[in-house]
Design a binder for this molecule. Structure first.
Ligand SMILES: [Zn+2]
Length: 178
């Protein structure tokens, strides 16, 4: 008897607020999706994949496994195997710096990319792809010269910049971030 009463109590608790909430719940859910900018990143220390909400990047999110910080105020190195899940599936716009270690002009662009990562913390994911270690991605996006910077949004290339074009890159970034 007491068990039944308990169940009844629970039922009411769940049902009571649910009915009037139904109308707003869709709006709330949509709102949450709009606000959160989830990205999947591999921890640089232990290699575990973490889902991080970019809008909270300033809180210095930690790896769920090794608890070391996921540093997002600087470009994140992304390996070829992680390109799809990290870049294409990102809920935030992504700036990708296609570079190589031997490339001198890439070293000119690197500080610009660092600055953008710092300035757009929480709004945009900034990553670096070593083209020597990511030939398939380089081929897919027809990277013919480096450095090439590509802005992605919702898995699609928005636009690219080749060489050292700081003003163009900044304009492009401002167009995709909110
Ligand atoms: Zn870790």
């Amino acid at each position: 008897m007491s068990g039944e009463t308990g169940t009844g109590g629970w039922g009411k608790l769940v049902q009571g607020p649910r009915q009037p909430r139904e109308e707003t719940s869709a709006a709330v859910e949509r709102n949450v999706t709009d606000v959160e900018k989830k990205v999947t990143l591999r921890c640089a220390f232990c290699g575990t994949l973490n889902q991080v909400d970019l809008t909270r990047a300033a809180d210095r999110p930690k790896c769920g496994d090794c608890t070391k910080p996921m540093l997002l105020d600087r470009p994140v190195k992304v390996a070829q195997d992680d390109f799809d899940r990290t870049v294409l599936k990102s809920k935030a716009p992504v700036l990708v710096d296609f570079y190589a270690d031997w490339c001198a002009p890439c070293k000119m662009v690197a500080p610009l990319v660092d600055e953008i990562a710092h300035e757009q913390l929480g709004k945009m994911l900034v990553v670096k792809i070593d083209t020597d270690a990511a030939p398939e991605v380089a081929l897919k996006y027809e990277i013919r010269s480096i450095p090439t910077l590509i802005v992605f949004r919702d898995g699609e290339e928005v636009e690219r910049s080749m060489g050292f074009e700081p003003e163009r890159v900044r304009d492009l970034v401002l167009r995709v971030v909110e």
